[in-house]
Every structure is written in C-alpha cells, then in structure tokens.
Design a protein. Structure first.
Length: 411
C-alpha cells in the first residue's frame, strides 16, 4: 500500500452528511437540486451546500458534487453555472459522466477537480488517459471490473490519474446504471436521476395462452425479484482492496438513512485504520474481522455479494429481498444532565436492551425510563414515530449517535 485510500460516503441530506463526517468519512458526495442521478434524495440547495462545505472542511474532509446526468444540449449551460457556483463556495470536486460536460466544466470552472462518474463505464487505462487529457483528476471505475482488471489498470496508469472504486452498497442490474426500465414502465428516466427502481419490484411469470395462471419461479409471498441484484460488500476482502492501487473507496447510498451511513462508514473506517496500522496483525485478527463484518449484517440490505470483483456475479434466480438484524430505534439530538434527547424512529419500551452506535463502536444500553419531551410525562412506550423523548444514558451517548434494537416492527 503506497498511500492510505480515502473513504468516500454518500450524503443525501444534511443529517446524513453530518453522520458520515462523524463516523469517519474522508469525503462525502452529494447532489445539488439539479443534474444529479438521485433526484429523490433530499439533495442540497446553495445555502445547504455552502454549509456542507463548511462542516466538511472543518472536519478535514472534502465535498464532491454529483453532476452526473446524461446531459442534453439544454443542460450544459446550467451544469457549468452550477459547477462554477460550487467551486466558488469551496466544493472540492464534481462527479461528471458526460464528455461534453467534462470538457466544458474543465475549461469554464478551473479550480474544481473533475471526477469521471462510474456512469461513464471506464474500464481501461487508455480511456482514463483520454479523460485526463480533458481535465479529469480521477476516474470512478465501472462496477463491472474485476480485481485483476483493476490492479492491471492501476499499474498501467500509475500516478497519471486517480482511480476510485465502489466497495459497498446497492448495484444496478444494468451496465454501469445505463437502464431504460424506469423510463419505459413509469416515464421516469434513471439516466436523469429519477429512477423508480422497477428492478426491485416483485414479479410473477405468465404464459401467453394462460394469462390467469401465474407460474412460480422460487418465490416468497411477495413475488419474485428476478431482476434485483445483490448488494456489494467487500469487507471480507479489505486487505486486497487496500493493496489494489485504488485511491478512494466509495460507499453507495444517497437514498439511505443515517443508521446505514453510520454503520457502514464506521465499520470500514475501523477496518481501514486497523489494516493501515498493522497489515499482518489485521489479517491475523479473525475476531476483529468477524465483528466488523457482523456490523454490516445489522443494517437493512439485500443478500451480500462481491459484485464483479471475482468475475461474473452469481446467477440470482431467487427473490432477493431486504434483510436486517437490527432496527433503527432513534437518533440522538442532544445530551445533557446524563440524559439523551432522542428522535424516535421505531418504538421501544422501558426495560428494552438496545445498542448504541457510535464512532468508537457499540455497547448495550438498557432503557430505564422514557420521558416525553413535549409534556414531561413518563411513559412505558411511545408508538408515534419522530416523537422526541428523553432517556437516561449513563454517559454512553453523544449528539449524533444512534440507537438500534431488535427487529420487532416489521410484518
């Protein structure tokens, strides 16, 4: 490992950004109100983006702005203006997929680093050099590349251009996200940020001459998600990632909640730091690896896989539904006088044993009392989501920490 890779986390809104920074991200990527591929994320207006830059830079982190739609002529002037405004407020880089947009923003917004989006499907060193000639500093590799291909490409480009790779999160069933299903089925373009995710819908199979007779294809009661890809998880292969020549590890998830961000970023942060401090010690510490990998099972996810890192992914004929080992119980807004002010996400009871999620790890916390913030009433349980309550925390929590608990609120 020549240099320590950075950890890049998604931020769909301000709280997700703050969580990513608190749990150890070296950089965050987020979208403006236009020109990004996650139109349904909260995204950031100019004032919020300026605040995000201030927070990130104060934490020693960077902000990358997504401008990665497949652009038409009518988009380019607006993309350039957005890039210029982002540069002027201190945004560090723009993530762009369109060749013309890359060339224009490189010319007209100098001082803003350009990272070529994975949507550009860059899979070889010559393409990377073309992007460098246009003004790009980094290429986000296509998710269809194997470890061997990534390592060979890294050796070929050397220090000419930086390489970034996705290491965790959802993957698209089409090539580098170039999908038309959403456009055809709902009129919402995935390539312009409005994907309705029909690949995640559940389906049954019907034969033409028997339209009323559904034919099962290994399904559960919700149908069969025959188009739904598994989630990428590369925690088990962190040592090879660290030695691959990739300069930045990217986590997918601008539509995810703060518990997802905290858990994934926190686990990879601890793993990366442990490996960097003592590579051989990390490889020999099976207990640490198991504990960090176990953290990733607690969040909502589809069946984990390694994507294309080891070649063609497994054929996924079974329904790939969502699973998780813990539920998001609450977000800590403030701590004072030995009590935590918590915004509840799912109900918990007095007497429940929950887990804290903090940058240092997790520990048990028994709920000894619940006090409604708005009335001061002591209650045994709260059934209203987003209710603010106070709970004794015994010094185990700080603002920005998270509570998780048993999965009891799902049908």
């Amino acid at each position: 490992m020549k240099t320590m890779p950075s950890l890049l986390a998604p931020a769909g809104n301000m709280r997700a950004l703050q969580t990513a920074l608190r749990f150890g991200a070296d950089a965050v990527y987020c979208g403006a109100k236009q020109y990004g591929l996650r139109a349904q994320a909260g995204n950031f207006d100019e004032k919020q983006l300026e605040q995000a830059v201030t927070l990130a830079h104060a934490a020693g982190a960077q902000v990358n702005l997504t401008l990665n739609i497949f652009a038409f002529d009518g988009d380019l002037d607006g993309m350039v203006r957005t890039a210029q405004a982002a540069r002027d407020m201190g945004v560090d880089a723009a993530i762009i997929s369109d060749l013309g947009a890359i060339a224009r923003i490189a010319r007209e917004a100098p001082g803003l680093d350009i990272h070529v989006s994975t949507q550009a499907s860059t899979t070889n060193s010559e393409s990377a050099r073309v992007y460098k000639a246009l003004g790009a500093k980094r290429v986000v590799l296509a998710r269809e590349m194997t470890f061997d291909q990534i390592e060979a490409m890294s050796a070929a480009v050397g220090d000419e251009i930086e390489l970034e790779s996705f290491i965790h999160g959802a993957a698209c069933m089409s090539y580098s996200g170039r999908c038309m299903l959403s456009s055809f089925l709902t009129g919402r373009s995935a390539n312009r940020g409005a994907c309705s995710q029909p690949c995640r819908w559940t389906y049954t199979l019907h034969e033409r001459t028997r339209p009323d007779e559904a034919m099962p294809i290994e399904e559960d009661e919700r149908g069969t998600a025959i188009l739904s890809s598994r989630d990428i998880c590369m925690m088990d292969h962190l040592p090879r990632l660290m030695e691959s020549g990739v300069c930045c590890f990217k986590v997918e998830g601008r539509m995810k909640t703060e518990i997802y961000i905290a858990t994934v970023v926190g686990a990879y942060r601890r793993a990366m730091d442990a490996y960097a401090n003592d590579p051989e010690g990390y490889k020999a510490n099976a207990a640490l690896q198991k504990r960090l990998r176990g953290e990733l099972d607690k969040i909502s996810h589809r069946v984990y896989d390694t994507g294309f890192y080891f070649g063609q992914p497994k054929v996924c004929g079974e329904a790939v539904g969502v699973t998780q080992e813990a539920e998001y119980m609450g977000y800590v807004l403030d701590v004072s006088g030995g009590e935590a002010l918590v915004e509840m996400k799912n109900r918990f009871f007095v007497g429940d044993e929950l887990e804290t999620v903090t940058p240092k790890g997790s520990e048990k916390l028994v709920i000894e009392d619940i006090v409604l913030e708005r009335t001061g009433e002591h209650v045994g349980v709260v059934n209203v989501p987003m209710e603010r309550v106070r709970i004794p925390c015994g010094g185990k929590l700080e603002a920005g920490d998270i509570l998780r608990g048993p999965v009891r609120n799902r049908a």
